[in-house]
Design a protein around this ligand. Structure first.
Ligand SMILES: NC(=O)c1ccc[n+]([C@@H]2O[C@H](COP(=O)([O-])OP(=O)(O)OC[C@H]3O[C@@H](n4cnc5c(N)ncnc54)[C@H](OP(=O)(O)O)[C@@H]3O)[C@@H](O)[C@H]2O)c1
Length: 251
């Protein structure tokens, strides 16, 4: 039976590539997009490449939009096999970008999307995920959310000191762990996956991985045999001491 996958923020970047690759694996992909036109353009492109794709208008910061998205998926499919919480923002760059330059409105704005949006969407979709035989949730996280990596003076993240985006991903990691625990005795697997530093609009295209490469570890988790691990943080391992590019990341 064809599985359905909702990807938030799938109109561009890594989210678009997740949708494209999942469609290649035979999924019906529900393209979450906050802007209808950008979403329709992405859906048309995916369909032109052979994907079974459908637009789901979805602004993760808007409770009405989240509720409407869940109602649409319920009406059209009755259940949901995969949720990818991918939508995120970096927030405006303020001053020198350091913790001491951070303003609360920016911090709130980033958390609205990257943290509160994830909880809102996950809770709205959970009734549909529970109806699927073996649902999976992937929260698209980042190595910059890893307390262990960010405090390693010999690691690649040592030169970086910022609050909004990194702390939003640390919170996302904890949210992943908490959902995994709640859903431990169900078939639903909940994991955080790091695409690695990827050239997208989020970072002014400064990343060294392509969006297709960034999507790969996420799609690998979602297409793994049912009954896999839950509550894990895996993906691309930047500067890993053992040289292994993919695997577990430290929290
Ligand atoms: N790029 C990296 O190096 C990197 C590294 C680690 C993790 N990640 C994570 O990977 C994920 C995808 O990021 P990306 O690099 O592909 O960024 P991107 O190209 O900027 O794409 C972000 C997507 O999220 C959407 N979005 C933002 N706010 C939204 C909202 N309120 N509701 C719904 N959609 C919203 C954007 O829609 P619009 O087009 O309408 O703005 C866009 O589709 C994020 O979770 C990011 O934190 C990225």
């Amino acid at each position: 039976m064809t599985e359905t996958a909702l990807i938030t923020g799938a109109n561009k970047g890594i989210g678009y590539e997740i949708a494209r690759q999942l469609a290649d694996h035979g999924f019906t992909v529900l393209v979450g997009a906050r802007d209808r036109e950008r979403g329709e353009t992405a859906v048309a492109k995916l369909r032109a490449g052979g994907a079974d794709a459908q637009l789901v208008p979805l602004d993760v910061t808007d409770p009405d939009s989240v509720a409407r998205a869940a109602a649409t998926i319920e009406a059209d499919f009755g259940a949901l096999d995969v949720l990818v919480n991918n939508a995120a923002i970096a927030g405006p760059y303020e001053g020198d970008g350091k913790p001491s330059s951070t303003t609360l409105p920016t911090l709130r704005q980033v958390f609205e999307t990257n943290v509160f949006g994830v909880v809102a969407v996950t809770n709205a979709m959970l009734p549909l995920l529970r109806r699927a035989p073996a649902a999976r949730i992937v929260n698209v996280s980042s190595e910059v959310g890893s307390l262990t990596m960010t405090t390693d003076p010999d690691g690649p993240l040592w030169p970086m000191a910022a609050i909004p985006y990194p702390t939003s991903k640390t919170a996302l990691n904890m949210i992943t762990a908490q959902y995994a625990k709640e859903l431990w005795d169900t078939p639903i697997r909940v994991n955080a996956v790091n695409p690695g530093y990827t050239a997208t609009d989020l970072n002014g295209h400064s990343g060294f991985r392509t969006p297709a490469q960034g999507a790969e570890p996420i799609v690998a988790v979602l297409t793994a045999p049912a009954g896999g691990p839950s509550g894990q943080f895996t993906g691309f391992r930047w500067g890993a001491a053992d040289g292994a590019e993919f695997g577990s990341l430290p929290w």
